[in-house]
Design a binder for this molecule. Sequence first.
Ligand code: 6GU
Length: 239
Amino acid sequence: MRIDILTLFPDMFASFLEGSLLGAARAAGLLDIRVTNIRDFAEGIHRQVDDRPFGGGPGMLLMPGPVVACVEQVQGLGEQAGGGDRPPVGHLVMLTPGGRRLTQEVVESLARQERIVLLCGRYEGFDDRVRETLQPDEISIGDYVLSGGEVAAMVIVDAVARLVPGVLGDEESARQDSFSGAERLVEGPQYTRPREFRGLRVPDVLLSGDHGRIAQWRHEQAVDATRRRSPAQPQRSLQ
Ligand code: 6GU
């Protein structure tokens, strides 16, 4: 799978992409991840990428020119010969707090793509014509504000990469994770040695060797843990 990351802060990704899981997956050729600096597409001696909002207001907005030029080059479009008619290459994701919420289901759909392009914003956001021109899949990682899309892009890369066949080594492990499977349950408790720690004993069923009973117990625990975490009452957003 190929993932392109478009950002004004490419250095933020260096150690992340070299880390154990992703570094090994890249070395093995399972993941081709490339980082492109949006500023390389800015014009003028100042290489300006941001400007004040029309109508006033705080902060700076990313200008449409450099952002759209960067995306078009990475997606193999733009003004090179024959570029006009080709469809864009790769599923374009714009990281923005107003986007649809990232869930394991969204992660799974991204992992089914051959290629994704992650566009990170900074400052107070994008000039809206970026969205109008590129019509990206807008994604947010939750209802809080980050100072840029970079950390959100890392969240997506991490969650997607571990679903790419071969990356985890043990395919069963991704299938058993929280939020996987039809029921979208969180995982229940797990235990390793010792059998007793400060008076707390590992549940007998896990030591029984009865795989049917163990599977049934784990499922019940997962249902309980999921209920405790998201009560049946709808959560109010205002209080
Ligand atoms: Cl994708 N970007 C920013 N700036 N803040 C966020 C976010 C993204 N998702 C949640 N908060």
